[in-house]
Design a binder for this molecule. Structure first.
Ligand code: FAD
Length: 408
């Protein structure tokens, strides 16, 4: 009997599992001959791309509804160590017990996390990186009307104007307005240490982003960072003090710390170098998928830490890990063209295609696409073995991500 051990029940982890299970079935191998196991700290697939939205506690799908029908075993535990020489991982279960599990092929799909700053008052910061973080912010926002009136009661400062910062800042103008008392002044301030918002998104979508921020009345402070945070405010690096009950930190991402247990090269985001088949370079029997993998995408560019890449990375890694054990040919990673769809709250969304980020859609058309992606396309089929396996594997059918619409 052989075992594929997948660490992580995110997008990369579930698609790895489904793709390995698909090849196992196609080869006529029974589940007990090739065991596929997903070890994940939580019980759900957390729909991280939706954590900027309201009601974040609903943005999840039980892992058992995805993995159960395809004969993949789930172990609810936290991985604390990986020994690539012994080919084993150490886990701590919910009962606090430690266990060591051997693998024949390991797929590291443990994702990424926001890097919280080492500043005074960091404990007062909120985030939308995890379901728990997003739920904590949501509860806090709903408590604001019950606090005694103070300056900054409805002032929200979002730190970092990258993809996540822009989505949460633009969303919060409306969300907080709906929560606040009618007469209250709602203020959203976006703080960015670079000279421009959305620098990582390129120049293409910049006009649409700037117009959205201006239309929504979001104050933008550039070339500054945060020095310290207090329960009712913060101080910026230029000495500016802002009264604010809510400070949301979104700046800086890093790959899962589990990547450090793999003796291989890592990039500036902590991601493991992988070959064209997503095998971690110079380490036997280990694949990386999703936000832990620095894989080459189209045009020689490295994948972005995104759901858009986590899904195909999972599909290829799962297929290849199973192919390795079943003596089938490996398939080189070949994702679709790079695309982005950035939500801008009531101002709609901006959609780009290609690495030069050509804008193909804005406003309500973009918003319609974003809603379709967020409510339909990113959800793996649950309780539906046939549909899940049809979408799995390197050639698994996925809905067309962006219809070919000419730029407005
Ligand atoms: C607010 C927000 C908005 C986003 N918007 C978009 C967007 O519009 N488009 C887009 O493409 N991407 C977006 N992203 C990024 C996207 O969510 C991630 O790139 C994607 O979730 C990565 O998938 P993954 O499977 O690699 O990791 P994750 O989804 O992070 O899953 C990692 C899994 O590993 C598990 N795990 C981690 N450590 C351990 C451990 N030690 N032991 C056991 N299990 C462990 C976790 O519990 C989890 O199940 C957004 C992210 C956020 C936070």
């Amino acid at each position: 009997m052989s075992k594929i051990l997948i660490v992580g029940g995110g997008f990369a982890g579930v698609w790895s599992a489904a793709s390995a299970a698909k090849l196992r079935g196609e080869c006529g191998v029974v589940d007990s001959e090739l065991e596929i196991v997903v070890v994940s700290a939580g019980d759900d697939l957390v729909i991280r791309p939706r954590l900027y939205e309201s009601e974040p506690h609903n943005k999840r799908v039980p892992l058992d509804s995805i993995l159960g029908p395809i004969g993949v075993r789930r172990v609810p535990a936290t991985v604390t160590d990986i020994d690539t020489d012994a080919r084993s991982v150490t886990t701590v279960g919910r009962d606090g017990r430690s266990a060591v599990t051997a693998y024949d092929q390991l797929i590291l799909a443990s994702g990424s996390q926001v890097v919280m700053p080492n500043i005074a008052g960091a404990e007062y910061l909120f985030d939308v990186d995890t379901l728990a973080g997003a739920a904590r912010l949501d509860s806090h926002l709903h408590r604001l009307p019950h606090e005694s009136v103070s300056t900054g009661q409805y002032t929200i400062v979002v730190v970092g104007a990258g993809f996540t910062g822009l989505e949460i800042a633009t969303e919060l103008t409306q969300r907080v307005r709906e929560i606040a008392d009618d007469q209250a002044v709602v203020r959203v301030v976006l703080v960015e240490r670079e000279r421009q918002v959305g620098l990582e998104l390129g120049s293409g979508p910049h006009p649409a982003i700037s117009a959205a921020l201006s239309d929504l009345g979001i104050e933008v402070l550039l070339n500054v960072s945060v020095d310290s945070v207090r329960p009712h405010g913060l101080t910026l690096s230029d000495g500016t003090e802002i009264d604010a009950r809510t400070v949301v930190w979104t700046a800086g991402m890093t790959a899962s710390p589990l990547t450090k247990f793999i003796p291989a090269e890592r990039d500036w985001l902590g991601r493991l170098s992988v070959d064209e088949y997503l095998r971690v370079c110079d380490v036997g029997d280990v694949y990386a998928a999703g936000d832990t993998a620095a894989a080459v995408a189209t045009h020689g560019r490295t994948v972005m830490q995104s759901c858009q890449y986590a899904v195909p990375l999972g599909k290829f890694a799962g297929h290849n890990a199973a192919a390795d054990l079943l003596g089938e040919p490996l398939v080189a990673f070949s994702p679709d063209e790079y695309q982005t769809c950035l939500a801008l709250g009531a101002a709609g969304a901006v959609v780009t295609t290609g690495w030069d980020r050509t804008v193909v859609m804005t406003g309500s058309a973009g918003q319609h696409l974003k809603v379709t992606i967020n409510t339909e396309w990113i959800y793996p089929p649950a309780d539906d073995k046939e549909s899940l396996l049809a979408s799995a594997g390197p050639n698994g059918a996925l809905p067309e991500y962006i219809p070919p619409v000419p730029a407005p």
